[in-house]
Design a protein around this ligand. Structure first.
Ligand code: PEP
Length: 254
């Protein structure tokens, strides 16, 4: 974590929590993070809980993000949601290109190249997820994969807005597996992602926030969040309980 970049801890609930369960969670979380000065905090919730969570977090330090959106402003896209539908609810941002969406729902880099600028244009903070599979890491293809994802997905972002994007480096083999990247692996990959952004625009490379994601828990968060090029965390499983998520937020203050 470097000076000048505000640490950002986001919890990705995936397909968890009804509205009633989300309300229970947020009433447990807000008192625990109310004094987490200097850390940006977000919950990334199912579409059905967005309105309720925006209402319940107004005036607090928690921001509310969606987990996906369509790139088009409107159209015949059954089951999809546009950027304007999110901003109308006062949603702050959106997770784009999570590996589950890429692997299970065919999310492509071509679509992401349209989604990232569409989110920014609408006033949403995009969290763009990138990362390699275990086979790609074992085959020495990690950097090639990250380069392809970062360069394609950010290709249409205006240079002056690049630093507003948040990138989550999430090695797919570490997501939901309990198999966390070593600090060396996380630092190396996040520094590489930063160098890719710097290759497009040097100032954006220095300013862009890069999260690590993949089995972040209260007991490993401090070590990961202290790394020079890690500016926060995208947290799955450990974001479902207020106490464990708040402990990770607390680790980002150190
Ligand atoms: C994620 O869903 O982005 C994630 C990193 O999950 P977990 O923390 O459970 O590995």
């Amino acid at each position: 974590m470097s000076q000048g970049r505000i640490p950002f801890v986001a919890g990705n609930w995936k397909m968890h929590k009804t509205v009633a369960e989300a309300e229970m969670f947020i009433s447990g979380l807000l008192p625990r993070v109310s004094s987490a000065d200097g850390v940006d905090v977000a919950i990334c919730v199912p579409f059905t809980a967005l309105g309720a969570m925006v209402d319940s977090t107004r005036g607090s330090r928690a921001q509310v993000f969606a987990q996906n959106m369509h790139q088009a402003p409107s159209g015949a896209f059954t089951g999809e949601v546009s950027a304007a539908m999110l901003t109308e609810l006062d949603v702050h941002g959106v997770v784009l290109g999570h590996s589950e969406r890429r692997e299970l729902f065919g999310e492509s880099d071509a679509a992401l190249a349209e989604k990232v600028p569409a989110a920014l244009e609408a006033g949403l903070i995009p969290i763009l997820c990138v990362g390699e599979t275990e086979a790609e890491r074992d085959g020495g293809e990690t950097e090639a994969k990250l380069r392809r994802q970062v360069e394609t997905d950010l290709a249409e972002v205006p240079r002056e807005r690049l630093a507003e994007v948040v990138i989550a480096y999430e090695p797919i083999w570490a997501i939901g597996t309990g198999k966390v990247a070593t600090p060396e692996q996380a630092q190396e990959a996040c520094a590489f992602v930063r160098s890719l952004v710097a290759g497009i625009d040097a100032d954006a490379g220095a300013a862009i926030r890069i999260q690590y994601g993949g089995s972040v828990k209260p007991d490993n968060a401090a070590e990961l969040l202290a790394l020079e090029d890690v500016d926060g965390a995208l947290v799955g499983g450990a974001s479902l309980e207020p106490a464990s998520f708040a402990a990770i937020v607390e680790a980002a203050r150190a």
